[in-house]
Design a protein around this ligand. Sequence first.
Ligand code: 5CA
Ligand code: ZN
Length: 412
Amino acid sequence: MHAWPRPDVPSLPGDGLPLRLHDTATGEVRPTAPGPEARIYVCGITPYDATHMGHAATYVAFDLVQRVWLDAGLAVAYVQNVTDVDDPLLARALETGDDWMALADRETQLFREDMAALDVLPPKNYVGAVESIPAVLSYIAKLQATGAVYDIDGDLYFRVHADERFGSVANLSDDAMLAVFAERGGDPDRPGKEHPLDCLLWQLERPEEPSWDSPFGRGRPGWHIECTAIALDHLDSPLDVQGGGSDLAFPHHEMGASEAQVATGQWPYARHYTHAGMVRLDGEKMSKSRGNLVLVSRLRAADVDPAAIRLAILAHHYRGDWDWTEAGLTEAQDRLTTWRAAIAAMGAPSAESVLAGVRRHLSDDLDAPGALAVIDRWAEDTRLRAGGPGAEDAAAGPLVRDVALALLGVRL
Ligand code: 5CA
Ligand code: ZN
């Protein structure tokens, strides 16, 4: 599958800083990516509806990871998937009478356009689940060879406790795991399961559903193994970062890590499991299933500057949950206007401390609000000096423009 066009990234003077990032598994902010190439897998969309601000915020957060790594001189191997066959997509297609493939193609294309508009750097490999079925089959076979697979009426299940470290990504209690599993696509109560948390690897063909030939019978893959297989098919393990929204920590990233650890015999699957907080609307998680959506495409159609959308996101630390509001967008638009005026103003003070400050904040667990405050102070300084005497640096405006674009993805 193709991704979207790569926006320009200006190179900045001096050296970027190594990125420290929060890891859900250990609860710590730790250094990332010790090698010359950083490897990241970020869970992509299930394309049955348009990109909302929650998706946008998650992909902008991981875009910052990529930007900080590039600035630090690392090569970045970034893989993102498209869950182009899964229960919610098929259910939506059935509901609307759409062809499931046409629905997935349409929404994936809209997502590409939204990401390009938001200046999100594309992944190196953008990979669909459907095109990855051969990889999925090979990882199921590997799991089978370890004895970690059993079947119920022909459907294949992974014994999650075949991984002795199962549970150590999200660190939930048994009760919490069971409750969340049932809420997020799991089937804890299916008769015949050896353990309620065991997860589906391959589901035999059902009426009205797409299916593929396999050594295990015609059917389709379970959700978690799709991401595991796509990641390991394109990236050496351990990954430096497995990323996604916090709603994926359990079960998705927990199950994926255990599948990978059993299939490869290697621990850890990822050195960091990093999760973005949930964006809410009126206090409720924004979600396609709830339908309480603010869509990127709708804002774009209303001529909202994508740089303002990005600034509205970056005003919140990626790890916290937050509410999308009109007031937040207005504030971001005002900030954009102020910054644009400052970079065009005569008499701007030197911006070297802006570069250093933005680098320092972003390298410390992506502290985007701290980085915005650095540019705010410089813009305010510039305004106060306008027309007055004082040290002037003609290179300052262009440098701030480059810092904002290269590190924050904000086009001034
Ligand atoms: N296709 C799977 C991952 S393999 C999936 O979760 N798709 S999704 O379309 O539901 O979500 C895409 C990404 O956006 C995921 O990383 C998810 O965690 C994140 N996400 C979904 N809703 C929100 C939200 N309200 N706030 C922040 N991130 C969100
Ligand atoms: Zn995933």
